[in-house]
Design a protein around this ligand. Structure first.
Ligand code: AMP
Ligand code: MG
Length: 413
């Protein structure tokens, strides 16, 4: 049997990055920057007002300016944000100015409107001003020529905002991998259709597609096929040109009608071979496969829904994120105190569904298993927040022992 580590490495080595691409800002959020970004201009670009108020010469407001001794200045200009002509402030005058509007040449301070009578022709100012107050200086945020974003950074809403403020309409990114999610099984019926006895609703395709998207990938399509090899090949064929990774579910175990195995196994022939089917020493998710279909990486996951998603977590998600240069390719691992006694099969890595309670104030958290180990109990996985990992050598665990959990809560820390 192949170890979990070895299969993780084999899958990771299969999946490769796509070349960097330029995308419009609106499409960049969540992707990874391919290049450093050097600021083409300074922010702010010009001295401007930080308040709605009056641009003045601070020296026109003596230190004893106050309610009892206000200073009256004629208002020579009105400067709303967006005014583009160059203005000069003459001594002993004021310009009414709005937040973000360019400061007139000569002004040394802005007096907030709240400290005045808000006059339009003449303004009465009731407080002295410190030179420089309420002025945003050109370049105080960003100096042109500075590297403000680094390759490898995830493009957050704030990154998009900064790029736009710098006048950049596009960014160079590492494009998401295009993933085909195929599920197989003659018993599978699309939700919304009446079931005949023996049929079940298809759930892996939509589940794995959601997992791909959550990992940062793009889903090309989610075709389903019955357990007929020709039908399976026909469903796969049209996608081989625009797919970076194929994930299949089902049809890889030891029974008859194992369509994925049959399509790519020894007698699969016709140039689609190159997929290796193995048993991985883990529970759930023992039957696995990986390889290339006409140069396109393929990972074949088992069909039991829990096996499928756990295998995705263990093998596919880290490979996908690493290939896309995403930070934290692995789920955060946490040490937790087990709240119950447990058994685990020897020689296999076990992943139990669990509920992890983080510790407060730096204390170690706890974990309780959630649901049975069986690989078809999707209900428990749906409300679990972690995978409890029990190593191959351990067959018994006692309450109070420290264990490792994979934190599925989506907080990458
Ligand atoms: P298989 O790996 O194809 O032998 O399937 C193992 C179990 O998982 C069977 O009970 C299947 O009915 C079930 N299964 C396989 N694929 C899916 C799917 N896409 N949606 C729901 N259940 C599935
Ligand atoms: Mg099947």
């Amino acid at each position: 049997m192949r170890s979990v580590e070895e299969h993780r490495r084999i899958v990771a080595d299969l999946v490769a990055a796509r070349p960097a691409r330029t995308v419009k800002l609106a499409e960049a959020e969540g992707l990874v920057l391919a290049d450093d970004v050097v600021a083409p201009l300074s922010l702010p670009m010009f001295d401007n007002s930080a308040m709605d108020g009056y641009a003045v010469l601070a020296s026109d407001l003596p230190a004893d300016t106050g309610l009892a001794k206000p200073v009256k200045l004629p208002v020579a200009q009105d400067i709303p944000a967006g005014r583009t002509d160059r203005l000069i402030l003459a001594p002993s005058t004021a310009h009414r100015i709005m937040t973000g509007a360019p400061l007139p040449e000569g002004a040394t301070a802005v007096v907030p409107v709240e400290l005045t009578d808000a006059g339009v022709d003449v303004v009465e100012i009731r407080r002295t001003a410190e030179p420089g107050q309420h002025i945003r200086r050109a370049g105080e945020d960003v100096t042109a020529g500075t590297t403000v974003l680094r390759a490898g950074q995830v493009i957050s809403p704030a990154v998009v905002g900064l790029a736009a403020a710098l006048g950049l309409g596009e960014l160079r990114v590492i494009p998401p991998l295009r993933v085909l999610v195929m599920s197989t099984g003659s018993e599978l019926i699309k939700p919304g259709t009446e079931l005949l006895p023996g049929q079940i609703y298809e759930s892996n395709a939509v589940m794995l597609a959601a997992a791909v998207r959550e990992a940062g990938g793009d889903v090309v399509a989610t075709p389903t096929s019955d357990d007929d090899v020709d039908a399976f090949r026909a469903a796969l064929e049209p996608h081989l040109i625009d797919t970076d990774l194929i994930i299949t579910s089902g049809g890889v175990s030891a029974g008859a009608y194992e369509v994925v195995k049959d399509a790519f196994g020894k007698d699969g022939g016709d140039g689609v071979t190159g997929v290796q089917f193995v048993k991985v020493a883990m529970q759930p998710g023992m039957p696995q496969g990986a390889g290339l279909v006409r140069g396109v990486p393929i990972v074949t996951l088992p069909g039991n829904p829990v096996s499928s998603l756990v295998s995705f977590e263990v093998f596919v998600r880290p490979a996908l994120r690493k290939a896309m240069s995403m930070p934290y390719p692995d789920r955060p691992r946490r040490t937790a105190v087990l709240t119950e006694d447990l058994t685990s099969p020897g020689g296999k890595r076990q992943f139990r569904r669990g509920v992890y309670f983080p510790g407060i104030r730096g204390e170690i958290g706890t974990v309780t298993t959630y649901g049975p180990p069986a690989s078809h109990h999707l209900r428990w996985l749906a409300s679990a927040n972690c995978l409890l990992e029990v190593d191959e050598a351990t067959t018994e665990l006692a309450a109070g022992q420290h264990v490792q959990v994979w934190d599925l809560r989506g907080v990458e820390k």
